[in-house]
Design a protein around this ligand. Structure first.
Ligand SMILES: *Cc1c(COP(=O)(O)O)cnc(C)c1O
Length: 427
């Protein structure tokens, strides 16, 4: 035993191996040393041959200095909050690379003076939504709501329908977010019905604005009535609309989903949306609307605490100006059944009990609630779900009626081969 312990190479000797030294360049000293020590301890404990310490260290090293791993989304939920919502377009990823360095994010290169931070991202939004006089960006949709409530209604009232008091997920409730800013809520109507007169009667000297919230993760059906932005504009107060999902223009694939251009044309003074839902960009909150309102938000002291970083600005601009991002591609793609059939055939030929089936995908992540999108999947025995999740790369499937479904809706066709290999590895 003592001999064995002495045969375990010291940390410095392992670090001098060219492969391990290259890993230090890539991952940093600390991460590599920690792995070397763990592996050496296993060798000292007799769990590993001392000769194998270098090889085992190289195998055990993390792939990158960040613990976040790419995951294949075969859930059929297009915007999966646990998977980081929208995957970015190639153009946005390239923009991130550039933005990661030193950039002109807040500099006017012509004059050498300070420039307006993120001006080109705002311009991209205004080009995409000409009905908006101005735009401002914050960290996410919730931050946009908090800024609007603080700047336009602190110590005053926000009038909103009872049926639009939404909990957005993970226990976060929009009404609580709004009151945490010091604004007071004035609920009108009942859970299922509200009329313009309900709003009108609630208005007073204390009203900051009327708020319309898109119930983005549930549907109320039956005996219902709501008041749209086009009617709310008749009230003598500003109208703020939280549309949630961030569609900038109507999308025929999702006819029931509100969009920024239409909501502004209907008369909203301010539209609030997320950047990483149906817009398909990075996490951020969009505020679009009347120039004087947006100016007030931008100049409010809280705005500085909610401002987005250069990475977000770059990725959003590239998403808005560049080619259709993956989320929009997925919504308009055909040929899913053919892909599922080809994948199932190829897996079956390798002995995997796989079968192509019709499937129903969803937008998820706060968009198009209740809408079932026609999709296709490969069905496997349920036991595959866990093996696939623990594989490399991890695959998230959907377990339904005791089967593991690999839904192709959210998957780029270029990733079908990676999915096939992951299933074979899990077999
Ligand atoms: C998703 C959502 C939010 C919160 O947006 P985040 O970007 O997740 O902070 C707010 N309102 C509605 C209607 C939403 O759908």
């Amino acid at each position: 035993m003592g001999d064995r312990r002495r045969a375990v190479p010291g940390t410095d000797r392992v670090l001098s191996d060219p492969g391990v030294a290259a890993a230090v360049e890539r991952l940093g000293h600390q991460l590599v040393v920690r792995t070397v020590r763990e592996v050496a301890q296993r060798a000292r404990d007799g769990l590993l041959d001392p000769e194998g310490v270098v090889t085992e260290t190289l195998a055990a090293l993390p792939r990158s200095a960040s613990g976040m791993r790419p995951v294949i989304n075969a859930t059929g939920v297009l915007l999966h909050t646990n998977l980081g919502r929208a995957p970015l377009s190639r153009a946005a990823r390239e923009a991130l690379q550039v933005a990661a360095g030193t950039t002109d994010v807040e500099l006017d290169l012509d004059t050498g003076d300070r420039g307006r931070r993120g001006a080109s991202a705002v311009e991209a939004l205004l080009d995409a939504v000409p009905g908006a006089e101005d735009a401002h960006l914050v960290n996410n949709g919730a931050a946009a709501l908090a800024l609007a409530a603080t700047a336009l209604a602190a110590d005053r009232e926000i009038v909103l329908a009872r049926g639009e008091m939404v909990e957005i997920g993970d226990g976060f409730r929009i009404p609580e977010l709004l009151t945490s800013t010091g604004a007071r809520l004035r609920e009108v109507g009942t859970t299922n019905r509200v009329r313009l007169d309900d709003y009108r009667q609630a208005l007073g000297a204390d009203t900051g604005f009327a708020l319309k919230i898109h119930p983005s993760n549930f549907v109320i059906s039956g005996f219902t009535a709501e008041v749209g932005v086009a009617e709310l504009r008749e009230l003598a107060v500003p109208v703020v609309a939280d549309i949630g999902s961030g569609l900038l223009r109507p999308d025929p694939a999702l006819p029931g989903e509100p969009d920024a251009a239409t909501t502004l044309a209907d008369g909203a003074d301010l539209v609030i949306a997320s950047g990483d839902k149906l817009l398909g960009g990075p996490q951020c909150g969009l505020l679009l609307g009347r120039a004087d309102v947006v100016h007030r938000l931008r100049r409010h002291p809280l705005a500085r605490a909610l401002r987005v970083d250069k990475l977000t600005l770059a990725a959003l601009e590239a998403t808005v100006r560049g080619p259709r991002p993956p989320v929009a591609e997925a919504l308009h793609r055909s040929g899913l059944a053919e892909r599922a059939a080809a994948l199932a055939d190829s897996l079956a030929a390798a002995g995997v009990p796989a079968e192509a089936v019709d499937s129903g995908a969803s937008v998820g992540g706060g968009g198009a609630p209740g809408v079932v999108l026609s999709s296709a999947a490969v069905a496997l025995p349920a036991r595959f779900a866990k093996q696939l999740r623990l594989g490399e790369p991890p695959v998230m499937a959907r377990v339904e009626r005791n089967r593991c479904l690999l839904d192709l809706f959210a998957l780029d066709p270029d990733d079908d081969e990676a999915l096939r290999r992951a299933v074979l590895a899990a077999h």
